[in-house]
Design a protein around this ligand. Structure first.
Ligand code: HEM
Length: 494
């Protein structure tokens, strides 16, 4: 008898385990009806392994998924639902038409982000009234300060000179490495009123943080779902170094704001900090908001602009005819000796079209920054539940064959009419994203792209280091997407 009971017990335990496993699997893989289609996924892990496998090629992986599943698809980061919008209609329906529902950031859903904003957020990761007031302060102050006007323009022209001072005629040059220093300096000039020498240790530290942060997986990192991963030796060192470096930037910003408090004079506004003091008073009650907004400017404004320029230089060494046409246009309108300024921009449509085309193919923010809906909603007939992460796949929008003829071809002419005048670009061109969360630094960024690009090609003819170099334009995606590192030669034009 005793033996029979043990047998039954064992059978019940086994059956129990199987039922438990099947129920567990079913619960994990069960999806609400109406969710967009997407690839199969594992319980608990979701698509983390797929994302990991395509770590720096996510834009290509997502494009494959778009081919298979259409303009809206889903993935899982562990148990978190991620919805990817792949064409202009989907992005517009979500971020513009439903802006009241879809302008929120999923800061609470991403462990790493939650950690970094425990003492309040700036603009990028803020929500509700905190976001509104910091964003308003940022935009208003950039405007008051003269972004888009002469003062900043002159500083960018000066920075272009410092940048070109590092060029050695005809020597191989890592242009990306110099550009990030130049664009970091522009943010520093805007917010602190001063720049760093390119070999200043403080600058090296800040640039180092930018580079490692932007090559990281950002919102796709498994750490947001499994925070214990940070204790893995391989990740913990990286994580601690990054945390410490960001802390160092925060402290630096704090010191600079304190310094400004002592020297501020309402008659002489030197920079963003002074302009904010004028707007909301010295010692503003939301001092933390000002400091974190400055940190956000460094994070959002330096690598993005440098990567966009790096793509433009890569494309003009791969398309020497385009470079020649830009130089011809500059020679005719400005000549080789006068400094180019913003008033020349309208008169240089081919140059402008070249920069637009580099932004289109470069797609430096391939997935923009995630949004989350305030409540369950629908996009293109699919359910987008509250608590999902929503991405605008700008890389796919920029290569959509329904919008762009021969989308993979670098062809500035697509932005020009028969008379060589700029045409209004299709809505599917969205390097700065769309809707209330779109980039508030776009005017500054466009000034930098124009002035750095034109100043350099006005003076230098750029080319591959070796004619046979097979330079790759696939791109490496992290938070932003940059070309694989490459060198070029800069020869002074005769
Ligand atoms: C070519 C350079 C740049 C590109 C391509 C770019 C692109 C973007 C994109 C795609 C977003 C996300 C929008 C969304 O969530 O839908 C964004 C947000 C942001 N950008 Fe830029 N950006 C650039 C330069 C700058 C500069 C120079 C600044 C600073 C002065 C800046 C400040 C910001 C801030 C603060 C946000 C967060 C906005 C918010 O959450 O309300 N960006 N940018």
């Amino acid at each position: 008898m005793h033996h029979v009971y043990s047998y039954i017990d064992l059978t019940s335990v086994l059956i129990g385990l199987i039922v438990f496993a099947i129920t567990g699997y079913w619960m994990c893989t069960r999806e609400k009806p109406g969710i967009p289609p997407g690839p199969s996924f594992l319980p608990i892990l979701g698509n983390i392994l797929d994302l990991g496998r395509h770590r720096r090629q996510k834009h290509l992986y997502f494009s494959e998924l778009k081919e298979k599943y259409g303009p809206v698809f889903r993935l899982y980061l562990g148990s978190k639902l991620m919805i990817v919008l792949n064409d202009v209609d989907a992005v517009d329906e979500a971020f513009v038409k439903q802006k009241d529902i879809l302008s929120k950031r999923p800061s609470e859903l991403l462990w790493g982000v939650k950690q970094s904003i425990t003492d309040g957020a700036g603009v990028i990761w803020a929500n509700d009234s905190e976001w509104r007031s910091h964003r308003r302060m940022a935009i208003q102050t950039l405007r008051d300060l003269g972004v888009g006007k002469l003062a900043i323009e002159e500083r960018i022209q000066e920075e272009a000179e410092f940048l070109m001072d590092t060029f050695k005629n005809n020597e191989p040059l890592d242009i990306g490495e110099i550009l990030i220093k130049a664009t970091t300096n522009i943010i520093s000039i805007v917010v602190f009123g001063s720049r760093w020498e390119y070999n200043d240790p403080e600058m090296k530290k800040i640039v180092g943080v930018m580079e490692s942060a932007f090559q990281s997986e950002g919102s796709f990192s498994p750490i947001h779902e499994f925070s214990a991963l940070r204790f893995l030796p391989i990740l913990s060192k990286k994580f601690t170094v990054l945390q410490k470096s960001i802390q160092r930037i925060k402290e630096h910003v704090h010191e600079r704001v304190k310094g400004h408090e002592e020297t501020y004079s309402p008659e002489f506004i030197r920079d963003f900090i002074d302009a904010v003091f004028t707007q909301i008073g010295k010692n503003p009650s939301d001092q933390g908001g000002l400091e974190r907004t400055i940190v956000d400017f460094f994070i959002a404004g330096s690598d993005t602009t440098a990567s966009s320029l790096t793509w433009a230089f890569l494309y003009v060494i791969l398309n020497l005819d385009v470079q020649s046409k830009c130089q011809k246009e500059i020679d005719e309108i400005v000549g080789q000796n006068r400094k180019i300024d913003m008033s020349d921009r309208q008169k240089l449509p081919y140059v402008e079209a070249t920069l637009l085309e580099a932004q289109r193919l470069g797609s430096i923010a391939p997935f923009a920054v995630p949004h989350t809906p305030l409540k369950d909603t629908m996009v293109k007939g699919y359910l987008v539940p509250a608590d999902s992460l929503v991405f605008a796949h700008t890389y796919a929008c920029h290569r959509d064959p329904k919008v762009w003829t021969e989308p993979l071809k670098f062809n500035p002419d697509r932005f020009l009419d028969q008379d060589g005048k700029l045409v209004k670009h299709p809505a599917s061109f969205m390097p700065f994203s769309v809707g209330p969360r779109s980039c508030p630094g776009d005017i500054l960024a466009k000034m930098e792209l124009f002035l750095f690009f034109t100043s350099i090609i006005q003076r230098y003819r750029l080319s591959k280091v070796d004619e046979n170099d097979d330079l790759n334009t696939d791109g490496l995606s992290g938070i932003t997407m940059s070309p694989a590192p490459f060198k070029l030669r800069a020869n002074i034009r005769q």
